[in-house]
Design a protein around this ligand. Structure first.
Ligand code: FA5
Length: 340
């Protein structure tokens, strides 16, 4: 019996070494421990009580051995399966660099951030405002009543409900005055829309950044100081500008602030419509009617406002010859800018 058991142990060990799956292990278990397996077969051969006592212990030893080995081999298989899964899974490695193609900031975003930083350092807050507004906010609250000729300069897209896509960031002036009252210093960048034909310096969708400062004793010299500071900080170099009278119903007096074309050095090119100058940032002292409409006490307070053409600023700052490139989605051109 002992010899038989030793033989069975050896053949079991050989078979176990080849069993590489849970199914193979189960087959082995049935072969040795099943109802008709080797262990049961050996037991059934024992006839006498004496045999059962001595040989039974040996057969039980074989049974315990087979059970233990199958259990151990099962554990090993499960552990190997988990290890293989972990190996094949993609691992997070904090030291890995991002792949090179991961996009870049849009130049308008970069220009906006630079201007925002300059004004934040001078105590201005940044406000956000809607793109769809009503006639009151875009025109009437700005001293542009219905049928005023100034409306001709800013045709836009109207919705069926009478609302419109805002033509300028000035549309937020009334809302911000009512929200904060005086004194206030705020800038508010935003997308503007105009129904007009496009060329190298005109888009139908472009960005402006409006600024407003209302306090006691605000004068034109404050306005000029803030405009000069903004331009020198944003361009990091001296840029040639000129201030000339300009008409906007919501400021009095009003000015046009033009920049000498950075593309042609002021000689004249399609980017500046051959004039050598580009209208960049109209501004002026806020009209008392507009202040009153915003709930500001005009006896005590005055203020200035400006409407910086952000998209044109980006043109001049980055040397983009055609304003239409900004909305083109041309990734080759846009990916030259600071990456994310
Ligand atoms: C206005 O929109 C006034 N709201 C600006 C203002 C604010 C004046 C506060 C006084 C006080 P204007 O239409 O000129 O003004 O536009 C302002 C600037 O936006 C322009 O100088 C130009 O830089 C830019 N801009 C205007 N139209 C376009 C266009 N179609 N495409 C690209 N930029 C434009």
């Amino acid at each position: 019996m002992q010899i038989k058991i030793e033989e069975l142990k050896k053949s079991f060990a050989d078979a176990l070494a080849l069993a590489g799956s849970a199914e193979a292990l189960e087959a082995l278990r049935v072969e040795y421990l099943g109802k008709k397996g080797h262990v049961a077969g050996l037991m059934s051969q024992l006839r006498f009580a004496e045999d059962k006592k001595v040989a039974g212990q040996l057969i039980n030893g074989l049974k315990t051995y087979v059970e233990g080995e199958i259990e151990r081999a099962g554990e090993e298989l499960r552990a190997a399966a988990i290890a293989a899964k972990v190996r094949s899974a993609k691992k997070y490695n904090p030291t890995l660099r991002f792949p090179e193609e991961h996009g870049s900031y849009h130049p308008i975003t970069l220009a906006t951030r630079e201007v925002e930083e300059v004004f934040i350092s001078m105590g201005f807050t940044i406000e956000n405002y809607d793109e769809i507004v009503d006639d009151y906010k875009c025109f009437e609250a700005l001293n542009i009543p219905k049928h005023h000729p100034a409306r001709d300069m800013q045709d836009t897209y109207y919705l069926d409900n009478g609302q419109l896509l805002k033509t300028h960031t000035s549309a937020a002036q009334n809302y911000i005055m009512k929200k904060y009252g005086a004194p206030l210093r705020a800038i508010f960048p935003g997308r503007c829309f105009r129904n007009e034909s496009t060329d190298a310096c005109h888009e139908n969708t472009f960005f402006q950044l409006e600024g407003m400062m209302i306090d006691e004793n605000i004068s034109i010299s404050n306005l000029i100081y803030f405009m000069k500071t903004m331009l020198s900080e944003v361009f990091h170099r001296d840029v040639k500008v000129r201030l000339r009278p300009g008409f906007f119903p919501f400021v009095e007096p009003g000015f046009e602030l033009d920049i000498s074309c950075e593309i042609c050095g002021g000689e004249g090119c399609p980017s500046c419509k051959n004039s050598g100058w580009l209208e960049l940032c109209p501004c002026g002292m806020i009209h008392p009617n507009v202040l009153r409409e915003g709930g500001i006490d005009t006896e005590k307070y005055s203020g200035f406002a400006f409407g910086l053409g952000l998209t044109r600023l980006a043109m001049m700052k980055y040397g983009v010859k055609d304003i239409r490139d900004f909305n083109s989605g041309n990734l080759k051109a846009l990916s030259q800018f600071e990456s994310i």
